[in-house]
Write a protein that binds this ligand. Structure first.
Ligand code: GLY
Ligand code: MN
Ligand code: MN
Length: 443
């Protein structure tokens, strides 16, 4: 990737955000905190996506304070102080000087100055925007700062009168990706595609689900990436459990395995699902279900175009799947009524995708108000990125012939809406039956 994100890029994002909130406002964006896993062992730290998007600052516990009042520093950063002993034990810290020099903060302070500095600088602010209700401790802290200022009313100090949620405004900015963001997403997509190819190449009857998980994550790590979410590797009956994560059973001859796994690169996610036969050859029933899901995905991807409603690609997938289920005898009735009655739901119980970005289920509204104020599915726009992931899940005990049971198929790709149509960023992960069978046969 050659388009490194520079301090000036983050400054542009902050400026854009500040221009979209009310006048005379400050915005608080807290970094993520380190979380204990057990006793003194922490979970791997992952920066809060909003905070990372606005600052690029990698450390926990920090707070970004943006301010759109004329004459005020527009970007203050509060962070952990330099501390030689802590840094010897736990790793480097940037410190306030580093925050100014490397991350272009106008002013930076130790975290222990937070109360003093904020109580002064919030005087006269009308509105505070922050992630309202997301972190109880932070909600309390904000109320504390506001209440402390209210007590100074007799000194002529005016406390902020409005607390507003930041989410809607910031989410809209993150929803449309820049070229720098897209290049990170393409990179995550490429690494993830390699990982799925590897899983297909090494899988054979008797391989355990956890061995494929290890292969996927080996490829992520080998390319300097992490995972964007817990990998799902489900064979046979487990392929019908949508969020299966135990990944600890052997993969058996004659079964399918469903893998939903994606890498994270510089904070950006890929989200790919592939389904393939453990022994490298689809049975007749597996082939029929697989071809149907693939046809529904192809139809859905065609709807990922500028101006199409967000729901159009789900509707396209549902249309193809329902017709196919009727053709295979898994549903009976008239296709339009079956769609209307959602008769497909026992076999297809989720939507056909979601926004994708820094968060695997990324931010952004799916419905927006029209001119009359009524909510409707939003039209797709250039550089929105989403997944297209239809599936069919026929678990044991389903109301159909037993020969279909334990067949779970999902095919998921990551797609960018572009001026020239849908760009499938994950196309290096094979999904045509002939390509999968050839790769698994070593060709
Ligand atoms: N990997 C989670 C999802 O596909 O939504
Ligand atoms: Mn997904
Ligand atoms: Mn997925």
């Amino acid at each position: 990737m050659n388009n490194k994100l520079l301090p000036v890029d983050y400054a542009e994002r902050r400026k854009c955000l500040l221009s979209q909130v009310a006048d005379n406002a400050v915005i608080f964006v807290p970094a993520a905190k380190e979380q204990l896993r057990n006793r003194d062992v922490g979970y791997p730290f992952r920066q809060n996506s909003d905070f990372r998007w606005l600052t690029g600052f990698p450390e926990p516990d920090a707070l970004a304070v943006l301010d759109n009042r004329p004459g005020q520093p527009s970007y203050r950063l509060f962070c952990r102080p330099k501390d030689l002993e802590q840094e010897i034990w736990h790793g480097r810290r940037c410190g306030p000087n580093g925050a100014v020099e490397q991350f272009a903060a106008d002013e930076a302070f130790d975290l222990d100055q937070l109360d003093d500095v904020l109580q002064k600088s919030l005087a006269g602010v009308d509105t505070i925007y922050y992630p309202l209700g997301q972190q109880h401790d932070f909600d309390q802290q904000v109320m504390g700062w506001v209440n402390a200022l209210k007590l100074k009313a007799r000194q002529g100090i005016k406390a902020p009168t409005q607390l507003r949620s930041l989410d809607g405004i910031l989410d809209e900015l993150r929803l449309r990706k820049s070229e720098a963001e897209l290049s990170r997403m393409r990179c995550a997509a490429e690494i993830s595609s390699l990982a799925h190819r590897r899983a297909m190449q090494v899988c054979q009857p008797g391989t355990n689900e956890y061995e494929l998980e290890a292969e996927l994550e080996y490829i992520f790590s080998k390319h300097g990436a992490g995972w964007a979410y817990s990998s799902i590797v489900g064979g046979g009956a487990n392929s019908c459990i949508l969020h299966y994560t135990e990944n600890n059973e052997p993969l058996n001859d004659g079964e399918l395995v469903l893998i939903d796994a994606g890498a994270e690169v510089e904070g950006y996610a890929a989200d790919i699902t592939r389904t393939f036969p453990v022994n490298g050859h689809f049975t007749g029933e597996q082939r029929a279900i697989y071809e149907l899901v693939l046809a529904s995905q192809t139809a859905a991807i065609q709807q990922v175009r500028i101006g199409e409603s967000y729901n159009a690609y789900h509707a396209a997938a549902v249309g193809v799947l329902t017709q196919g289920l009727v053709d295979l005898g898994l549903l009976t009735g008239e296709v339009d009524s079956l769609i209307e009655d959602e008769a497909f739901k026992p076999y297809y119980m989720h939507k056909t995708g979601h926004w994708l970005g820094m968060d695997v289920h990324d931010v952004g509204d799916y419905r927006v108000a029209d001119e009359q104020g009524a909510l409707d599915w939003r039209p797709l726009e250039t550089n929105m990125t989403l997944t297209v992931e239809p599936g069919l899940y026929i678990s044991a005990g389903s109301d159909c012939d037993e020969r279909w049971w334990n067949t779970g198929v999902r095919i998921e790709d990551d797609v960018c809406v572009t001026d020239s149509g849908p760009e499938v960023m994950t196309s290096d992960a094979p999904k045509e039956i002939t390509d999968i069978e050839a790769l698994m046969a070593g060709n």
